[in-house]
Write a protein that binds this ligand. Structure first.
Ligand SMILES: *Cc1c(COP(=O)(O)O)cnc(C)c1O
Length: 389
């Protein structure tokens, strides 16, 4: 068949060959091990010559369906999965890097990723240079000094900075570096980094892919030999996705394109409304014409996403006053769910970091991250209006 559109792949991809006895959904396959009647078949499966499963830390039928679906959505050669987004990130970095390597990344990566760059990789003698996220010239210059791996995240959380993917992927390939992009915030619906020249795409499936804040998971998609290398590392280190989470993520992904379309539209409307509000000093959303990298975002994204952040004129005191008044915002660290959620970076995206580390990343303590859900946008705006009044 011709390549299908993402809204169709979100529903169908990866499922057909895992359904049992005509069931409408992929079953939750809870068996830890799979048995074979004779040693020859068993060995052929174990060696990867015949399709099949041996042990659930390696592969599992429900997890397999999840991997096929995210692979289809990212239009990748291959995909593998992990117990969490951080497991995807750490296994990718540990599998592809060795002592003496140099990594170029940005200051505004997800809090847990930033901790790996600041503490874990240097401990294993990997040199990390973290550049100013909004300065593409500086990132390009750092890459030009030589690098084994370039790690990007765009848009960033919580300040929604945007990085030019195609330009930096070209710079990275010129020095022989592997390019990795964390596509969690954009989702495959809004941004396709592989089509922009990147080698590997990472997701925290916990966020938009699952979409219902009830399952954790991670995914890695991209060039087959790189994905296989990381998969073999994860088979041994053991941060494997479990079947129940894979089932919940698969169910959530069926509505991914519906949810993201609604979240894109609502976030843009809310960002424009906040920008006109007298008590708001700053709104960060790549869809706003006032966003410093709006042109880059418009170039590489099909939609601007469901996440925004805004700063109140009264600073952190005002944040503590306003937050409890919001009735339609779950005050929690999660993002990308059907219900609107949010909070200050100190308790959400960058809870892993110290106040000094947040300041070094340029994250104001008076900011509110707002992850727009699928509620009626009129109700969300009315809720913000009464809380800010
Ligand atoms: C949440 C998040 C992660 C980490 O994912 P977990 O599933 O919580 O481990 C990584 N990157 C981004 C951009 C995230 O938002």
């Amino acid at each position: 068949m011709n390549p299908l559109r993402q809204a169709t792949d979100a529903v169908w991809a990866g499922e057909e060959h895992q359904r049992l006895t005509g069931a409408t959904v992929v079953p939750v396959s809870l068996g830890v091990a799979h048995g074979y009647p004779d040693v020859d078949t068993w060995q052929a499966v174990a060696r990867g010559q015949t399709p099949g499963h041996i042990y659930a830390r390696n592969t599992n039928p429900t997890v397999d369906a999840f991997e096929h679906k995210i692979r289809a959505l990212e239009q990748a050669d291959d995909a593998t999965s992990f117990s969490t987004g951080m497991a995807a990130i750490s296994n990718t970095l540990f599998a592809l890097l060795e002592p003496g390597d140099r990594v170029v990344s940005v200051k505004d990566t997800y809090g847990g990723t930033n901790q790996i760059f600041l503490h874990t990789l240097p401990h294993w003698s990997v040199d990390v240079e973290l550049c100013d996220t909004a300065d593409a010239d500086a990132i390009e210059a750092a890459i030009g000094k030589g690098s084994a791996l370039v790690y990007l995240e765009t848009p960033t959380n919580p300040t929604l900075k945007v990085i030019p993917i195609a330009r930096l992927a070209a710079a990275a390939h010129a020095v022989g570096a592997v390019v990795v992009v964390d596509n969690t915030a954009a989702t495959p619906i809004n941004q396709s980094p592989l089509a922009l020249g990147v080698d590997l795409v990472i997701h925290s499936a916990t966020k938009y892919l699952g979409g219902h804040a009830d399952a954790m998971g991670g995914a890695l998609c991209g060039r087959r030999e790189l994905v296989r290398k990381v998969f073999h590392h994860r088979e041994i280190t053991g941060a494997s996705l479990d079947a129940m989470s894979a089932y919940l993520l698969l169910r959530g992904m069926k509505t991914l394109s519906l949810r993201v379309e609604r979240q894109n539209a609502s976030a843009l409307e809310i960002a424009r409304w906040l920008e006109r509000h007298p008590r708001v000093s700053q709104v960060n959303y790549p869809g706003l014409a006032s966003h410093p990298q709006h042109d880059i975002a418009a170039n590489q994204m099909r939609g601007f996403g469901g996440m925004l952040s805004f700063a109140l004129k009264g600073g952190f005191d005002e944040v503590t006053r306003v937050l409890p008044k919001l009735h339609l915002m779950h005050r929690a660290a999660n993002l990308g769910a059907v219900e609107t959620g949010g909070g200050p970076p100190a308790t959400t995206s960058h809870v892993e970091c110290s106040a000094e580390e947040r300041a070094a990343m340029g994250i104001p303590e008076g900011l509110i991250r707002y992850s727009v859900g699928i509620e009626a946008v009129e109700d969300l705006i009315a809720d913000l209006a009464q809380a800010l009044a």
